[in-house]
Design a protein. Sequence first.
Length: 90
Amino acid sequence: MQEAPLMENYIDDEGEFDFTTFISDNEKWMMQVRSKRVQSSLFENYGITEEQWKNTPIKVQSVIIELIHESELFAETMQELEEWRDSMPI
């Protein structure tokens, strides 16, 4: 897996920051990080083998990765809301 893109690597000779390329490369890197995390979760928690994952179409893999990521974000948000609710005076 490639390393996270560094902002200083996207400054051209004139000192201009190439925002579009940086964002694109960062999104690709984040997708790889999510993919690795989801793969290990699928292998360990759901009994999916590496062979089954390799035979899954790329588009389906992408959808699964995004759905799991969105569900994680939802769970985090719900936890924060519950903590906020519990901290409110009665």
